[in-house]
Design a protein around this ligand. Structure first.
Ligand code: HPA
Length: 245
């Protein structure tokens, strides 16, 4: 047991998927894993362990933002010996050619959070994805999108690049994203910089997969039906990548 997770050590698999929403963790366990059992109900931040193609996989809600994901990922790496963690979430596009429903593989995560400024005594750190997870995810996503296209499904583009982890969903400087866009960042979200920093700290691997739910460029956002299609691709990519030996 850790402070925020009431599971026995062996109830959590070494491979963990991390949705922000605990009800999404439940949905994933019920729809994508076999024989899933709930191991955590503290604060309703559900966690489940089941199997995917015979490999044990857990799925743990993290909540929104750096302080919340930091608590769960610290405990998963430090108290439960988790080896690989894949965040599955949403992001807002800040580039014209990154469209609604596209899938972004986060190669690195810049941030406006002070967490790493404090951690590194005012120095900067470059939080980056684990390469073997990134490599496996990119190939899985390409294969899955080709298979979907052959079946006539709506196309979803895959992007691999930099994202921005913000502490603020509602920013007092509404156009600040344009600065990050000018430096080639693809999308904005709220957790990845901390996940990648903790993976580096504990010597483990992490990746964030993000479906584009809204665009700061066009002001559009996805309907729940549209989100369903890209969510499936993200889930299958995450499960294939995390179970790649
Ligand atoms: N900003 C921050 N986080 C997000 C966004 C956004 O526009 N969309 C989805 N997560």
């Amino acid at each position: 047991m850790s402070i925020h997770i009431n599971a026995k050590k062996d109830e959590i698999a070494p491979l963990v998927l991390l949705p922000g929403d605990p009800l999404r963790a439940k949905f994933i366990a019920e729809n994508f894993l076999e024989d899933a059992q709930c191991y955590n109900t503290v604060r309703n931040m559900y966690g489940f362990t089941g199997t995917y193609n015979g490999t044990r996989v857990s799925v743990q809600g993290t909540g929104m933002g750096i302080p919340s994901i930091s608590i769960y990922v610290n405990e998963l790496y430090n108290d439960y010996g988790v080896q690989k963690a894949v965040r599955i979430g949403t992001a807002g596009s800040i580039q014209k050619d990154v469209k609604l429903r596209d899938l972004v593989l986060a190669v690195s995560a810049s941030t406006d959070s002070a967490a790493n400024t404090h951690r590194f005594g005012g120095r900067t750190f470059a939080p980056s994805a684990g390469f073997s997870l990134l490599h496996a995810a990119f190939h899985a996503a390409e294969k899955l999108t080709a298979a979907n296209a052959a079946e006539g499904a709506a196309s979803v583009r895959i992007h691999a690049g930099a994202v921005f982890t913000s502490d603020m969903f509602y920013n007092d400087v509404p156009d600040v994203w344009k600065l990050w866009a000018r430096y080639g960042i693809l999308a904005v979200e709220m957790e990845t910089a901390e996940l990648y920093t903790l993976a580096a700290k504990y010597g483990r691997e992490a990746l964030a997969l993000l479906t584009i739910s809204d665009s700061l460029v066009s002001g559009e956002s996805t309907s729940s039906a549209e989100r369903e299609i890209s969510f499936r691709l993200m889930m299958q990519t995450a499960l294939e990548a995390i179970t790649t030996p």
